[in-house]
Design a protein around this ligand. Sequence first.
Ligand code: PGA
Length: 252
Amino acid sequence: MAKKRTIAGNWKMHGSKAHLKEFVTFMANNSALLHEQVDTILCPPFPYLDAAATLFKDVKGLKLGAQDVSAHQEGAFTGQVAASMLSEVGCQYVIVGHSERRQFNHENDELVAAKFIAAKAAGLTPILCVGETKEQRMSELTNSVVIGQLQALLAHGVAVFDNAMIAYEPIWAIGTGLTATPEQAQAVHRLLRETLAEYDATLAKSMPILYGGSVKATNAKGLFAMPDIDGALVGGASLSATEFLEIANAAI
Ligand code: PGA
């Protein structure tokens, strides 16, 4: 059987309750168009997760994710949200190490790894984001940067990647309209898979590796045609339910 595809939407700090309701209504009305070989995940901001979990019950195949999680289980950590809380409100997935968190919240590889492990401990599927800056790409550091980000987790043993996903998101392609070419993305996806295979060949083969960075309905098909691209992490375009559905359908 063909490997399942995953399309995850990251709303970042966008949206509203009304927008969420509209999005889910559209998806519910068009759920017959959602192919069973494609998993769709939506990651709205924290305050909407609880309502989203209820709304999603009407949409076959739409799953809930969060955009971040605390590395701590509980305690005096004002403003943070524990993995168990995400799980309690119905989240199944959580994005960790998004480049915007690495950049604006100064999250380093160590903290990202701790968040990833906390997510797993609560039964969530973490989506680990890796990716290089434009300067790093121009200095031919792409491979060492993404491998370094992966190694921060592999240091905890390859088993941490059971029930996890990786998203390759070149920072220069995020929100810029500049997508990596399918070949550029494929090269990094292949490298990530080969690196995992050095530890566990079976896991490497089954590991969903998503591409993120200005994915739209118009460029999705070319990316999904690549052998190591298993889906997409979609930012801006995921705010439109029509576009999100079109991207999901491009994955088949
Ligand atoms: P974008 O964002 O699709 O708006 O480029 C992707 C992401 O940051 O996950």
